[in-house]
Write a protein that binds this ligand. Structure first.
Ligand SMILES: Cc1cc2nc3c(=O)[nH]c(=O)nc-3n(C[C@H](O)[C@H](O)[C@H](O)COP(=O)(O)OP(=O)(O)OC[C@H]3O[C@@H](n4cnc5c(N)ncnc54)[C@H](O)[C@@H]3O)c2cc1C
Length: 419
């Protein structure tokens, strides 16, 4: 153990996405005997196809004052980021009710304050893992570039920028000339922008998780491709998981099962209103233009990232329920925005993908111990920030499992908070 406060334990981590592998890596560094269980190979679920942004200044929740009318507008706009499947709406109503409650100014402020403790140090938590696993070649520090049509559009959307400035986070407002200088391929329709100098991006989000997994195995960690069905209980609490292949004992368990985590937490007495906020990507193998930064199209919430396999465009927020098949019309909306921003884009040979962002109504992850069992820990619901904060979450979980004080106050991240 790093500080000798608690004995090494046999820990099972359920989920081999970026969050699960962040937890497994930090737990292994502390000397625990760690087994990761996932029904698919590491990094093959939501963590596979994200936008690669390490967006450490994204401290605003999705629910901000005035968001409800915007959501309604987006729903009826074919180029809007939001869509629902109407048959699923009755199931969504309790979630939307809670989401609405979180748009109150005092809630937005409290959530933003909590995320300001969590997001800005998130890259520091990545550094030792990236260095140990030899993954530095996959990370670029260029800053992020947000695009708006003109100053009026940016002024209308200034609230999140003001909130960042109020918390001392670096941003720089720029005009048309600077945009052309930074990104010559951007359309002249975009004449106002914001730079976030702290942002980094990852050139292959899957390879980051896969690289952590390979390093974890080289250091003696076990990864089992099995589906967890339930828990074996003893009078003191859960002691083993039952998978489709057998029984796996543990001293402690970490639930990092992304958009499926609520199904496992419910079995352990903690119900949470987790939804899948499905996003889509399009990857263009030969974009035919140069893009130097991670670019965000402000009103569309579409990100464009240069990656090793081509140019990736990501976006859309669909609420279909986690078991529904993908609707690639959403990916086409993302592509249409990409063409608006980068008119000379070559789209030949593109590939599409859909992934389930695990989202709670307050946009905050759950990170912390179970209120019922001392050996159960939760690490899920990272919505838009899982790549950014996978390592930070792992660091916090290792502190909890090791019985050490945590680097930040985890009270706002409790599983039994009021959503
Ligand atoms: C289009 C898009 C763009 C994004 N862009 C960014 C970005 O730029 N920056 C950023 O920080 N974040 C981004 N995100 C969000 C980020 O990808 C997610 O927050 C992150 O991948 C969540 O990681 P996870 O490990 O919690 O979940 P996952 O990667 O989904 O991993 C969870 C794993 O749990 C396993 N599992 C679940 N239940 C069981 C079970 N019963 N038994 C066994 N295994 C189980 C699943 O198989 C899965 O592999 C984006 C997401 C999308 C969809």
């Amino acid at each position: 153990m790093q500080d000798g406060t608690a004995k090494p334990r046999k820990v099972v981590v359920i989920g081999a996405g970026v969050v699960g592998m962040g937890c497994a890596s930090y737990l292994q560094r502390d000397g625990h005997d760690v087994t990761v269980i996932d029904r698919v190979a590491p990094g093959k679920s939501c963590s596979f196809g994200n936008g690669g942004g390490i967006t450490t200044t994204s401290v605003l929740p999705l629910a901000i004052p005035g968001m409800m009318p915007t959501l309604v507008k987006w729903l009826f706009d074919p180029m809007g980021p939001l869509s629902v499947r109407w048959a699923y709406v009755p199931r969504l109503i309790p979630f939307l009710w809670r989401f609405w409650r979180n748009t109150k100014p005092e809630r937005t402020r409290a959530i933003t304050d909590a995320l300001t403790t969590f997001m800005p140090p998130a890259y520091e938590a990545w550094e030792p893992l990236i260095e140990d696993a030899g993954l530095a070649h996959l990370v670029r520090h260029t800053g992020g570039l947000w695009l708006y049509r003109d100053d009026r559009e940016l002024d209308r959307n200034w609230m999140p920028w003001q909130a960042r400035q109020d918390r001392g986070l670096a941003i720089e407002r720029i005009g048309a000339n600077r945009i052309r200088q930074l990104e010559p391929a951007v359309s002249r329709r975009f004449n106002a922008g914001v730079i976030e100098p702290e942002w980094r991006y990852v050139r292959d989000p899957f390879e980051i998780v896969n690289g952590l997994a390979e390093h974890f195995k080289r250091r003696g960690g076990a990864i089992l491709e099995e589906e967890v069905k339930g828990f074996e209980m003893s009078p003191a609490g859960p002691r083993a998981v039952h998978t489709d292949r057998g029984r796996r004992d543990f001293d402690a368990v970490v639930i990092a099962a992304g958009a499926w985590s609520h199904r496992l937490s419910a079995q352990l007495g903690s119900r949470v209103p987790l939804e899948s906020q499905r996003g889509y990507h399009i990857t263009l193998p030969n974009p035919g233009i140069e893009v130097r930064h991670i670019i965000m199209i402000g009103v569309a919430r579409v990100a464009i990232t240069p990656m090793t396999m081509g140019l990736r465009l990501v976006g859309a927020a669909e609420f279909p329920g986690v078991d529904a098949p993908p609707n690639y019309r959403q990916a086409q909306m993302v592509l249409a925005w990409g063409k608006r921003a980068l008119p000379d884009l070559n789209t030949e040979g593109y590939t599409e993908w859909a992934g389930d962002r695990p989202l709670l109504p307050d946009s905050m992850p759950v990170i912390g111990p179970s209120p019922h069992y001392e050996n159960v820990f939760y690490a899920f619901a990272h919505s838009h920030m899982g790549l950014t904060t996978g390592a930070m979450t792992g660091k916090l979980i290792a502190e909890l499992v090791g019985g050490r004080p945590t680097s930040i106050d985890l009270e706002p991240f409790r599983i039994d908070r009021r959503f």
